[in-house]
Ligand binder design. Sequence first.
Ligand code: DOR
Ligand code: ZN
Length: 429
Amino acid sequence: MTDQILVKGASLLGAASSDLLISDGVIAEIGSVSAPQARVIEADGLVALPGLVDLHTHLREPGREDAETILTGSQAAAVGGFTAVLAMANTSPVTDTAEAAERVHDLGRTAGLVDVQPVGAVTRGLGGQELAELGLMARSRAGVKVFSDDGRCVADARVMRRALEYVKGFGGVVSQHAQDPDLAGATSCCHEGELSGRLGLPGWPGVAEEVIVARDVMLARHTGSRVHVAHASTAGTVEVLRWAKGLGIEVTAEVTPHHLLLTTDLLSGYDPTYKVNPPLRPQEDVEALRTALADGTIDAVATDHAPHARHDKEHAFVDAAFGMLGLETALPVVATVMVESGLLDWAGVARVMSANPARIAGLGQHGHDIAVGSPANLTLVDPAATVTVDRDDSVSLSRNNPWHGRTLGAAVHATLLRGVPTVLEGKLV
Ligand code: DOR
Ligand code: ZN
């Protein structure tokens, strides 16, 4: 007999408790199961979710292995309850060829903790002008389906149009970092508003995001192709998305955990931990993003996990790198903001953190219902836990953690990738 695992008494998506028998990496039986040979995971009081999928992770390898590697990023992902992550292309060198994509894919396989799916660059070297090898990356062993110049906007409408036309041929999607460079300005470092004026920090307005989202949904309509809005951050973006979806335009969107909870007020102490792109926004935007995630206008939560070495982050606010850690804290933040408030139930969390991101990214092995025959990619969550985040507990190589010192509700107890535990009792196996 092959190795079997029996998850005892988990609440499936927060509903009735059941045992799950896992055999050969697949859910073999659900109900009241007796399997004397199986290894038991006691799940009394835990909620079982399909393994989480992150549409937006920066793993920094190749090029900045001092900040994160594919192995350490995979470890952080597993601890956070993820079974698949999309690795952004803004590495050094950029993931803009089939070979580069295959290398990321293979390093992910070697780490073996989560499925690491490379995102391909839209343009060569993220230069914004010449399309990268989109077709070759799609046909490569890595099977790239999501393309993004994230960190930079595909600002040229002609280039964006061509990219959308191209990826349509193989069912791909362009994930856009929506930020008009002329409106944003090269030296801006935060949200433009009353506070940025008072602090003397150059900011950029929400409309820099909204004009690109508006343009891109029209290009998606024109081309009949699919666009995905990365890290939506403003109420205006939500309005455009709602309008476009109402017309049946093929657009999807993600929001980060930090844009669901943190606001621009945190910048008053000039702490670069809170410097991120898109920037933290006022409370009205945060409220609109929560509502949009609850009603389906925003499809998914994605971390934008952006590790940075100390010497890139510990600078005066204007000079520090943009970005914050997110993989290990995403589920607790979503539980705190969305579940405790009643905006989402656990089935809703499964939708926005697993099923929808898996569908958007075309990951056939992820985001399944917890059902007999589904791949045993599972996350067990303790909904009653409260955890005070300590940045030094992180398995990431970086420490730019905006949640340090905060108490969050719920904790990831276990993660299983194709039936193999990667995390048990909250610790890497
Ligand atoms: O804050 C950010 N950090 N936003 C991005 O778009 C890129 C990312 C990074 O790569 O550090
Ligand atoms: Zn981005």
